[in-house]
Ligand binder design. Sequence first.
Ligand SMILES: [Zn+2]
Length: 237
Amino acid sequence: MGIKAIDGKGVNRAAVICDICMRREVVTCDYHRSKSQEWTPNEGQIRRKITAQGWSEVKGAHHCPACEAKRKAVNSAKREAKVAETKTASVPAIRRPTPEQEVDIIVALSSAYDRKAKRYTGQETDATVAEAVGGGCMPGWVAEIRAAKFGPAGNEEAEAIRSEIKRIGDETGKALAALTARLDALYRAEDKRVRSQGGPGALAGATGAQPGRISRLEPSRHGIHARAGYEQAAQIE
Ligand SMILES: [Zn+2]
């Protein structure tokens, strides 16, 4: 028992000793006379007090809060390990290709994969090779062997699509550049025409408009200024 009477005058006290780390906790308690006429501490009262402080009694042994926390942590870790073990055991073993299937996959890959180009030929993929091998062959098995012994995925068709995307991108870029050049040329022609007619300043004077109004209309893009004059010139004509 980890409960010890403490002799002496004053408040009645007893010590509770942790059976694991020997930590000593002193609690005040009542004493009563035992059958042998000895003054003994009231164990029931002591138990209630130390239980409230986090102590516990396991199979007759007193555990201080720290040792009890450790014991619980170890137990729950054990429980978790057991659960994990059960789970692992219940998961069916991942199906692996037989050595014969591996050979079949390599043979199929040899004809479907272009080692030089580092891609499948035509429209071949891991899935089409798996299907060709048959017998429950998984595309994942093909992917594994292909990555290890042949090269990356992708095929001729994917390559063709990629080059088509690039071609259209290049063409679109060129077409946009040509259109921008045409627009610039158009603005330049307008500028020239307005200048030959005296420019927007002269036009503003002619129509009585505020020159400042036109300059406020002048945004960043070159030619808009000229356009404002051009439109006014058109109104005058
Ligand atoms: Zn302890």
